[in-house]
Ligand binder design. Structure first.
Ligand SMILES: NCc1[nH]cc(CCC(=O)O)c1CC(=O)O
Length: 308
């Protein structure tokens, strides 16, 4: 691929939310730094996703994760953009074969932050917790069955405004998103092993057309190998589990001296049951193997959620 220029810039497709734009800007800066491109040789192409238009219902009711990628997928397939930047947590595990995740940026803080109380134990009895995440709802109910979980959607600023307005007593948000928006002092980070994050949480993925060699090579240059391998393990577990965005699943992989440790927690929707497992990954202990182990061990209330 010839070096992009202001006349023929490298086009980064992104959703138009403030967090998506911050993530696309990180991607642009990384591309410019690694290739030594001119500042105006890379442009952002913001788009409104279907998922941004519909705010009053849970994602699972209206069509699932595909609502976050549909518009960007179309633009990528039509050659209107050279790559698309996504919060990988929101991207379907199985993607069309025409696309490839050419790079994953270094993962930010993977934890969830609690906003509205100093800890889960400190929440008043029956407190109203706003979240749209079946994982967070099940994890909270597992620890505190008295909590009253209500649907809270919208981008980060909208959710914080609803909390300020008293619609809910507390909420959970990803530290990665808050930090990337400059909200480093909002909320308290929860312990990773009790509130294990969603698979891919904190990871930004950059997709290109698999047969666009130039864009693929350009983007591969900003890949963070350790993050890529850890996130691939989390996504492989999710693929084997099946299920959909209603399935309360938490998974997190960490690189240690001897290799990657993959931890996963599955919950019943109401938090009444939970199974957990951890593998040190190698040729015999794979993410898919951990998924099968967990399902074999899980009570029916959990297994039914992953039948898809
Ligand atoms: N589901 C929305 C979403 N998708 C990605 C992030 C934050 C950034 C990330 O986890 O990578 C968020 C907001 C949140 O969960 O608080």
């Amino acid at each position: 691929m010839p070096s992009p220029s202001s006349e023929q810039p490298f086009r980064i497709g992104t959703r138009a939310s403030p967090l998506a734009l911050a993530q696309a800007t990180l991607t642009r800066d990384a591309l410019i730094a690694v290739h030594g491109w001119a500042q105006d040789a890379v442009v952002l192409v913001p788009m409104i996703a279907s998922g941004d238009r519909i705010q009053d219902r849970a994602l699972a009711e209206i069509g699932g994760k595909e609502l976050w990628t549909r518009e960007l997928d179309r633009a990528l397939a039509n050659g209107e953009i050279d790559c698309a930047v996504h919060s990988l947590k929101d991207v379907e595990t199985i993607r069309p074969a025409a696309f490839v995740i050419a790079a994953i940026l270094e993962r930010a803080d993977p934890r969830d932050r609690l906003i509205g109380a100093a800890s889960i134990a400190d929440l008043p009895r029956g407190a109203r917790i706003g979240t749209a995440s079946p994982r967070r709802a099940a994890q909270l109910l597992h620890a505190r069955p008295d909590l009253d979980i209500t649907l809270l959607r919208g981008n980060v600023a909208t959710r914080l405004a609803k909390l300020d307005a008293g619609e809910v007593d507390a909420t959970l948000l990803a530290a990665a998103g808050l930090d990337r928006l400059g909200m480093n002092d909002i909320g308290v980070a929860l312990d990773i092993d009790t509130m294990l994050p969603a698979p891919s949480q904190g990871a930004i993925g950059i997709e290109v057309l698999a047969d666009n060699d130039g864009a693929r090579a350009a983007v591969t240059a900003i890949d963070h190998d350790v993050t890529h391998r850890c996130v691939a393990a989390e996504r492989a577990l999710l693929a084997e589990l099946g299920g959909d965005c209603r399935s309360p699943v938490a998974a997190h992989a960490r690189m240690r001296a001897r290799g990657i440790i993959l931890t996963a927690h599955l919950y019943a929707t109401d938090g009444s049951a939970m199974v957990s497992g951890e593998y040190m990954l190698d040729d015999d202990n794979t993410p898919a193997g951990l998924a099968r182990d967990l399902l074999a061990e899980a009570p029916a209330a959990i297994r039914a959620l992953f039948a898809g």
